[in-house]
Write a protein that binds this ligand. Structure first.
Ligand code: V47
Ligand code: SF4
Length: 371
């Protein structure tokens, strides 16, 4: 191992990471500029196994995108529409409840509910759907509303972010997903999503949520106009908040899909970049327990390989996905438990079904076939 590392031009950085020393901005940027993917991956795998052994987590979940009507219209988003556009939609309470009940009956332990920033739906609607789903399906964990949606909800409710989160938590909200973080760089945000809550705002809302006992995830959208410096800066900002609150559960890098977006001249990400991002995230985020490969965006085969590049979680069954598929994702919209388990086992890892908070789930009847 030592000999292997010594032959690498980034040996000094990998050595630091292996010894548990924190990496800085320059270290992260040098890693991104290096093509020594095998050594970076090997080092990330050492840290991954130190934190999670041979386990590879998955969750039986269902995504629900309640509306695609959004007032922000970020340039990288192919999902959002104006209200008047053909194909715009907003689900009603009955439809949402029905989806939740079906998911619970099929064995899901998590609902992931996110949508666009609808200009007219009142705050009560959001509180009511969380309460109704929680009352009808008390065993399902509701992970809903990104920090960007929480900011929007607090504005329409004319309440503080803290009060908004408190009301949603009392109604049954279990945690927050990690979307909307994009890349914190103000230059990138100005270019791609000028209307969106800024990076400092995203971090402030996550901090409020963590202080109220709501855990959350964190993401980074990469593969568009961002630089290696922007990526590493983003990771360091997340690491700093995690030092303060410890509230993040997992980090999920999101591979940009360009089709049908205002950035169509851009290409899809490459395997080289995808694997670098997961591995370097594992090395930079020394205070995060988990790194997730979101197979919908990364692709099923690459997610399997990522299990040796720092990743210990490949998300879940999903069932219905609109955001990435609007942008040309070629992955299916769902994966069965048996497929996920096979994928993990063939990689030589031990599959562990988890709930949202990473508690292992043991089922009396063994594996559930949900799709
Ligand atoms: O917030 C939008 C991103 C996010 C595109 O927390 C795009 O467990 C790629 O956050 N290409 C939604 N990405 C997805 C998300 C997520 C997914 C899975 C698990 C969790 C979790 C969170 O997708 C958006 C935005 O950042 N996005 N458009 C696109 N064209
Ligand atoms: Fe709206 Fe989110 Fe799409 Fe931006 S990424 S346009 S905030 S749905």
């Amino acid at each position: 191992m030592e000999k292997l590392f010594k032959s690498s031009p980034i040996y000094d950085i990998l050595k630091k990471a292996e010894h548990g020393e924190r990496l800085g901005l320059d270290d992260g940027v040098r890693l991104f500029k290096s093509n020594d993917i095998l050594h970076i991956g090997h080092c990330a795998n050492i840290i991954r196994e130190r934190k999670n052994g041979n386990k590879a987590y998955y969750v039986i979940n269902r995504h629900v995108n309640y509306s695609n009507i959004c007032k922000n219209r970020c340039k990288f988003c192919a999902f959002s529409k104006d209200k008047e556009d053909a194909g715009s939609y907003a689900m009603g309470r009955e439809e949402l409840l029905e989806k939740a009940i079906t998911a619970a009956e099929e064995g899901a332990t998590e609902l992931h509910i996110v949508g666009g920033l609808h200009p007219d739906i009142p705050f009560d609607f959001y509180v009511d759907i969380i309460r109704e789903i929680h009352e009808h399906c008390p065993d399902i964990h509701i992970k809903a509303f990104t920090a960007v949606e929480i900011e929007h909800l607090s504005q329409i409710a004319k309440l503080s972010v803290r009060q908004t989160l408190k009301i949603l938590k009392e109604a049954g909200l279990g945690s927050l997903p990690g979307g909307g973080a994009e890349v914190f760089s103000p230059r990138v945000r100005e270019q791609l999503c000028p209307e969106k809550l800024n990076g400092a705002g995203w971090l402030r809302i996550m901090c409020e949520a963590h202080n109220l006992g709501l855990r959350s995830n964190a993401t980074m959208l990469y593969g568009h106009v961002e630089t290696p410096e922007d990526r590493v800066h983003h990771l360091i900002m997340l690491r700093e908040l995690q030092d303060k609150t410890g509230g993040f559960m997992t980090f999920i890098p999101l591979a940009f899909h360009p089709k049908n977006t205002d950035l169509t001249g851009h290409f899809s990400t490459t395997s080289m970049l995808d694997l670098k991002v997961v591995a370097i995230s594992r090395l930079m985020l020394d205070n995060f327990d988990h790194i997730k490969a979101y197979w919908i965006m990364l692709g099923i085969k690459e997610s399997q390989v990522a299990l040796y590049f720092g990743v210990d979680d490949i998300d879940g069954t999903i069932q219905e996905e609109k955001i990435t598929h609007a942008a040309g994702a070629e992955t299916p919209e769902a994966m069965s438990v048996s497929e996920i388990v096979r994928l993990i086992k063939e990689a030589g890892r031990d599959p562990v079904e988890r709930d949202t908070l990473y508690n292992p789930i043991r089922r009396k009847t063994g594996v559930v076939q949900t799709v």
